[in-house]
Design a protein around this ligand. Structure first.
Ligand SMILES: Nc1ncnc2c1ncn2[C@@H]1O[C@H](COP(=O)(O)OP(=O)(O)OP(=O)(O)O)[C@@H](O)[C@H]1O
Ligand SMILES: [Mg+2]
Length: 251
């Protein structure tokens, strides 16, 4: 009972997660004994230098990249104990994903692209389109539903990717440098949308970013270096961290 209660507290938890990639005849360790906890209804930011293993970690949390050792639990389920198709379905049901680059099916318009995750899960075209339109309205781009995604600005495209990530009504949104290609105003809008998802809809957001100015929005910040968790900060520690960063001129 005790164990189950502890489990409930986290929506995602990893246990001594290790990932190695083959490099010639050797193996290169990219993640080392990562014990990560993501709490529901929180905005968690993961940051760290390029090559430190952030994207690899996210891909493992998503069930896309099997760990060499260790475990990933999502909503109490051991991700890599599932069969591949079960894991894919679990991902489709629980996760929405946003990357730095939006990936479009170029022959499809905005509405059709946003419908895809629902069609992949076997929903009817009518249902998928209705939900997709609602999702596009949520990001304020209904006017562009019939456009080709590439006709939109970078910021608008990223909002459409967010609409696509949200169309399945996922409990967790995972974002890998979602503002990496955006101007300041569009970046801020994306972060505001994340905050709204958490505060109004009780969703959980995990974001990798290089932009430390977003730390002040986060409930929890995790710094990764050389494939290890270097530090984990709660709200009050983040406040001090942000102060220190401002003092040394990082905005
Ligand atoms: N499929 C792969 N095969 C071999 N090595 C890989 C693979 N994917 C990642 N790596 C290596 O793992 C390390 C971590 O990569 P990862 O993409 O996770 O870093 P990152 O922290 O996301 O970096 P960035 O901030 O530049 O996106 C790098 O050294 C990378 O070369
Ligand atoms: Mg990366």
């Amino acid at each position: 009972m005790e164990g189950r209660m502890v489990e409930r507290k986290h929506i995602i938890r990893t246990e001594r997660l290790c990932k190695e990639f083959p490099a010639g005849r050797r193996q290169i360790g990219v993640l080392h004994d990562i014990d990560l906890h993501i709490y529901p209804r929180e905005f968690t930011i993961i940051y760290g230098p390029s090559g430190s293993g952030k994207s690899t970690l996210l891909n493992t949390l998503l069930g896309l990249e099997p760990p060499t050792r260790g475990k990933v639990f999502v909503r109490g389920r051991d991700l890599f104990k599932m069969a591949d198709d079960q894991r894919a379905e679990f991902r489709n049901r629980n996760y929405g994903v946003v990357y730095q680059q939006p990936y479009w099916v170029k022959s499809l318009n905005v509405l059709e692209n946003v419908s895809l995750p629902l069609l992949l899960r076997g929903e009817s075209l009518k249902f998928a389109r209705g939900r997709a339109m609602y999702s596009i309205e949520q990001v304020g781009l209904e006017r562009f539903a019939k456009y080709a995604p590439t006709q939109l600005s970078g910021g608008q495209q990223q909002k459409v990717s967010l609409a696509r990530a949200l169309v399945t009504d996922p409990s967790v949104i995972v974002a890998d440098e979602p503002t990496g290609n955006l101007d300041t105003a569009s970046s801020n809008e994306v972060i505001e949308m994340f905050m709204d998802l958490i505060q109004r809809l009780g969703r959980t957001v995990v974001m990798v970013t290089h932009e430390l100015r977003f730390l002040e929005y986060a409930h929890r910040a995790i710094s990764i270096r050389d494939g290890k968790i270097e530090g984990e900060f709660g709200k009050s520690e983040i406040k001090n961290l942000v102060k220190d960063l401002k003092a040394i001129g990082i905005k």
